[in-house]
Write a protein that binds this ligand. Structure first.
Ligand SMILES: [Zn+2]
Length: 300
């Protein structure tokens, strides 16, 4: 499964103006709750497609288990559209660098899904450097954009994270045991599209061509009606960005049916966490607010 020969070196890296991208996202006031297609999505922040992005992330991990792992619990602060998901060796290295400096790391961008990259490409192509979906280093789970890059640089370099010349906030991980998962990111979308469009299937080849580009633009920003977690549940918890989707709605409806007050907005926020803890307490489960297999079983 692992490609031992893969090196995330300059020959495989694509230059993008991450600084400009991050500025746009930080200054945008438009957030999720857009019901249209990706091609019609307005605004500056790719958070508008967080629903679809979360489906893509889950699908990637179904194809390649543990391809992307979360940095939950790290001393970090995240922008609304920043999924801090990286490959396992990159995660361990990042953890060590943050611990060594003993400061909060402000992350503007981590894993960028194909949906996010499509938005950026639609908004910025011809204006500033932006990679085609599937080509960005951020689709590999080996890239981050951070604040105070020069302050972090020595700590990151010591652990295998290197700055990219000309793109100040951007660092790429190049250590052992990593793989190029950019084709998997494309394949994940293709599978998800086909699952939802049985009469309009596209090739599941992991390549980004005109057919995939067209389908991606026609994908709903909120996510498809058939979601990858329908058959393989994801662990639901309070996280940043907040988890959202049909599985969160189902959870909230079940909690509500047991008599616990909770909104059924499909967003796992503090209210939902509180409701989960209440449910866990009532059922003598560990009240950690995390919905894994056990809590899910009790909710059936
Ligand atoms: Zn970047």
């Amino acid at each position: 499964m692992e490609d031992e020969s893969f090196s995330n070196s300059e020959s495989t890296l694509v230059f993008e103006a991450c600084f400009e991208i991050n500025e746009r996202e930080a200054n945008s006031s438009i957030r999720a709750s857009f019901n249209g297609l990706l091609k019609d999505a307005p605004g500056e922040s790719t958070a508008i497609a967080n629903g679809l992005s979360q489906q893509l992330i889950h699908q990637i991990n179904l194809i390649l288990p543990n391809a992307l792992v979360s940095c939950e619990g790290f001393n970090v602060d995240l922008e609304d559209a920043a999924f801090l998901l990286v490959q396992p060796p990159a995660q361990q290295a990042l953890h060590r660098a943050i611990q060594e400096r003993g400061k909060t790391m402000l992350v503007n961008s981590g894993y960028r899904t194909l949906a996010q990259q499509m938005l950026l490409f639609n908004w910025l192509n011809g204006i500033s450097p932006v990679a085609e979906p599937g080509k960005s280093n951020h689709q590999s789970g080996l890239a981050i954009d951070i604040e105070d890059p020069r302050g972090w640089e020595p700590y990151l370099i010591r652990h295998g994270w290197y700055p990219l010349a000309g793109d100040p906030p951007h660092f790429d991980f190049d250590g052992g045991g990593i793989q190029d998962i950019r084709r998997t990111a494309i394949l994940a979308f293709q599978k998800l599209w086909n699952e939802n469009h049985p009469t309009e299937k596209i090739s599941e080849d992991g390549a980004y061509g005109p057919q995939t580009a067209k389908a991606l633009n026609r994908a709903p920003a909120n996510g498809f009606s058939k979601a990858p977690w329908d058959n393989s549940p994801r662990v639901l918890r309070l996280s940043r960005p907040m988890m959202e989707g049909s599985d969160v709605v189902r959870l909230q409806e079940k909690l509500k049916a047991t008599g616990i007050a909770v909104s059924t907005d499909g967003l796992f926020g503090v209210g939902t966490e509180k409701a989960v803890k209440e449910f866990q307490q009532k059922n003598n489960l560990k009240p950690d607010g995390i919905v894994g297999a056990t809590t899910l079983e009790y909710l059936k």
